[in-house]
Design a binder for this molecule. Structure first.
Ligand code: 3PG
Length: 213
């Protein structure tokens, strides 16, 4: 089950990331992502609407793989699980959250940005990791250098932070990158203005780029 979740994240290659101001945005956003060709989404716990939005998507659009992002506390993790999240992601590596996710059987991708953090994650039995913040840390060149000594472990990265249509092809061509995530597909402004067609169009463009790699 967990292996299926990881392989679904990596086989889709792109995980749209969204922060909801209001739960009423959840289903129109899910429909825009589906229309644009994506059936997974990371809903961040940066806003108080996160848990209700995850619950709405899990309930009303069960074909979507909905996960929780910016999971900074065990309380965030518990709220995500109760809401029906199928996976969780964090910007950093917090051993307490890793242990809680493993105890609950929830696929969890902690954030790493250094070899030491990669090794902490491997030591915890994790090989699916978020690389964050991907572009400011040094982009594909930096990640490729980190990947070299760990490639044989089977580690794969969900690269996020500064990914956009303009650098998507470069990221997806990098052997270390299982998938990328990012907020460029569903920006705060597009959500606030209910520009669902524009979001679907950005998704379709990204899906075309991913298919061309
Ligand atoms: C994350 O939490 O992964 C990042 O905030 C996403 O970064 P982006 O907004 O540059 O896509």
């Amino acid at each position: 089950m967990n292996e299926n979740v990881y392989s679904r994240i990596f086989s889709r290659r792109i995980v749209p990331l969204v922060s909801f101001d209001d739960v009423s945005q959840a289903i129109p956003l899910a429909d825009a992502l589906l229309a644009g060709g994506f059936d997974s989404v990371e809903v961040t716990f940066r806003t108080t609407a996160a848990a209700a939005a995850i619950a709405a998507i899990a309930r009303e659009r069960p074909q979507m793989l909905v996960g929780a992002g910016t999971v900074l506390t065990v309380a965030n993790l518990e709220a995500a699980i109760s809401a029906g999240a199928k996976f969780a992601v964090a910007p950093g590596f917090n051993p307490k959250i890793v242990a809680a996710a493993q105890a609950r059987g929830l696929p969890f991708l902690p954030g790493v940005a250094t070899p030491t953090e990669v090794e902490a994650a491997l030591d915890a039995g994790l090989t699916s990791l978020k690389f964050f913040p991907a572009a400011p840390m040094g982009g594909v060149k930096f990640l490729s250098a980190i990947y070299a000594p760990y490639r044989h472990t089977g580690v794969k990265f969900l690269a996020t932070g500064g990914v956009s249509a303009s650098n998507l092809a470069e990221w997806l061509s990098c052997p270390a990158v299982g998938a990328v995530g990012g907020s460029w597909l569903a920006s705060h402004d597009d959500l606030a203005a209910a520009r669902w067609d524009a979001i679907a169009a950005k998704c379709a463009e990204a899906a075309r780029i991913a298919a061309s790699i």
